[in-house]
Ligand binder design. Structure first.
Ligand SMILES: [Zn+2]
Length: 349
């Protein structure tokens, strides 16, 4: 028997966790699940907040992303925070009662990529809400203790959850080599694009431009970050050191590459068109660097530090809250209202 206590240290009544389960595309059911028992080096977390990501919406609508296909009922959600309520043997980094930000990808830790420090490229990674692994739209979650990162009391539950997309932005800016004085153009004004702009500014970039065709999203993004926002068709002076592709749109990829200075660096993060034409001549004559970024490795500590120090305010990203019974609404919110930057599910409510 696992003795599960709530945030005040009191034993919780009932040993049942609730989870919002995708049973088929477009259909979410709240189901009871046994509260997981923490194994060795694991903790059970009472989930406080879970950000809704575009990938959750994609699985909800289509039941697949590329080669990842939902073949069995799946719990979505992977941007999560919570409080540790039970601890297995061998966990030294967090105690019961500790508030944590949950890093949702758990590599094997032994393969060549893991040993090289690139654990985001581990072929055996278990990632929340990626088939066949259940995600965080649940009241209780069992996670490896090493991937439950402590957060300070003044970091909100929402901010601790949104550390996940912020870690993507940290990893992206790292791969792009954003440093003090960099000029950066970001294609796409969604959450990842705006967070990339924020990390670029926090890294000392002195010219940061976000290109976003939707006026509502430009206005919403402007309320969060000091980057400049531009319509997709608007003229923009080129010569950028760095281009961060966060839209997934083929024309944006081409426009961004055209805006790079010689020897500029492009990092592709946005998911959309799987295959696009490459402007080979521009890449050759300007000797451009073009690469991708897949999730992150060792980026949580930096993301959490930026938030805890007040350099990036993730609470500004949140527009709407939903309970576990309203996950369906949460997943369709941005379709109904494109000005929504982040919808957050609070499973305990
Ligand atoms: Zn590995």
């Amino acid at each position: 028997v696992v003795h599960v206590v709530d945030g005040r240290g009191e034993l919780m009544t009932g040993f049942v966790s609730l989870a919002a389960v995708l049973t088929e595309p477009g259909r979410i059911e709240v189901q009871e699940r046994p509260i997981p028992e923490p194994g060795s080096h694991e903790v059970v977390v009472s989930v406080s907040a879970v950000g809704v990501c575009g990938s959750d919406v994609h699985y909800f609508e289509h039941g697949r992303i590329g080669d990842f296909v939902v073949e069995h009922p799946l719990v979505l959600g992977h941007e999560a925070s919570g409080t540790v309520v039970a601890r297995g043997a061998g966990v030294a980094t967090v105690s019961v009662g500790q508030r944590v930000s949950i890093e949702p990808g758990w590599p094997d830790g032994t393969c060549a990529e893991c040993r090289a420090g690139r654990y985001n490229l581990c072929p055996d990674v278990r990632f929340l809400a990626t088939p066949p692994y259940d995600g965080a739209f649940a009241t209780m979650l069992c996670v490896p203790g090493d991937f439950a990162h402590p957060v300070a009391d003044h970091v909100s539950d929402d901010a601790a959850a949104l550390v996940e997309p912020l870690a993507v932005a940290v990893a992206t800016c790292r791969r792009a080599g954003v440093v003090a004085g960099s000029s950066v153009v970001v294609m796409g004004g969604g959450p990842i694009g705006v967070m990339c702009a924020e990390v670029a500014i926090a890294s000392g970039a002195t010219r940061v431009a976000v290109v976003e065709p939707n006026e509502l999203r430009r206005r919403r993004g402007s309320s969060v970050t000091g980057a400049t926002f531009h319509d997709a068709g608007a003229a923009l002076d080129g010569g950028f050191d760095v281009f961060l592709e966060c839209s997934g749109a083929a024309p944006a990829l081409r426009q961004g590459i055209d805006l790079l200075r010689p020897a500029g660096r492009a990092v592709l993060v946005g998911m959309g068109a799987d295959e696009v034409l490459l402007p080979v001549s521009a890449m050759q004559t300007k000797e451009l660097w073009v690469t991708g970024c897949f999730r992150y490795a060792n980026a949580y500590p930096e993301a959490i530090a930026l938030v805890a120090a007040g350099r990036i305010d993730l609470d500004l990203f949140v527009d709407r809250y939903y309970g576990l019974a309203d996950v369906h609404e949460a997943l369709t919110a941005t379709r109904r209202d494109p000005s929504i930057l982040k919808a957050v599910v609070r499973p305990g409510q």
